[in-house]
Ligand binder design. Structure first.
Ligand code: DX5
Ligand code: ZN
Length: 219
């Protein structure tokens, strides 16, 4: 069975705490924290995400899955480590070279946190193969990072298939997470392609029955 990581990027400003409670009891497996810095992507969500993580640390034991869409990766790793997340994912495109990305990977692991590397829709899947032995998770973006509520880019599905085949062939143990524009209509395509952690934001938030949606996404 796949896991669901609920993106709280677009939860309504009123009733934040109640919404977080409702999400937690809907059967999700992680809270997905979308950190944007206004540089790597246009939007800036850092202070909002810090505020949400503070709430979550107080009211919830649900694992936090932090997705860093930022340029100054090291400082953001440091500030989000304070919330004791389960996973921190960095973007391949934010690194200037392999050495830098390996430094981030090692730093995150030294803090006993799982590490993910993410790629944008236009980055070739082959570019992450060399990091597979060192990471827990690859996040394949199915939309351009930067905002919620976009439509999934169909060409990204082939990348999931390719990565899944490569992982099987090389006997690796790496999760495949997918993020952006995922809903109950397209989720089966992603699962069939090999994704095992589904990020969903608006599909869950905009429904009036979180439990039903989460169950359908997982089924
Ligand atoms: C996009 C973010 C996603 C996204 C998920 O930059 O990484 O997590 O907001 O939201 P939906 O499901 O609405 O695409
Ligand atoms: Zn995300």
């Amino acid at each position: 069975m796949v896991e669901v990581s609920a993106s709280i990027l677009n939860i309504k400003n009123e009733n934040v705490i109640q919404t977080l409670y409702n999400l937690e009891s809907s059967g999700i497996d992680h809270f997905h924290i979308d950190v944007m810095d206004g540089k790597f992507v246009k939007n800036n969500t850092s202070s909002k995400m810090i505020e949400y993580c503070e709430y979550l640390n107080n009211i919830s034991n649900m694992p936090l899955d932090v997705h860093l869409m930022v340029q100054d990766v090291e400082n953001y790793i440091k500030s989000f480590l304070t919330f004791e997340p389960n996973i921190i994912t960095v973007h391949l495109e934010a690194a200037k070279d392999k050495k830098e990305i390996m430094n981030w990977i090692n730093f995150i692991k030294q803090n006993n946190v799982k590490v993910g590397v993410s790629i944008k829709p236009n980055t070739k899947i082959e570019e992450i193969y060399k990091y597979l032995p060192f990471v827990h998770l690859i996040l394949i973006m199915t939309v351009e990072p930067g905002e919620g509520g976009q439509e999934l880019i169909p060409e990204t599905i082939e990348k999931i298939q390719k990565l899944n085949k490569y992982i099987q062939k090389n006997n690796l143990e790496v999760d495949i997470q997918v993020d952006g524009g995922i809903n109950t209509k397209n989720v089966n395509l992603l699962k069939k392609a090999g994704a095992n952690i589904i990020v969903a934001g608006t599909a869950i938030i905009n429904s009036n029955n979180y439990k039903n949606i989460v169950q359908t996404l997982k089924a």
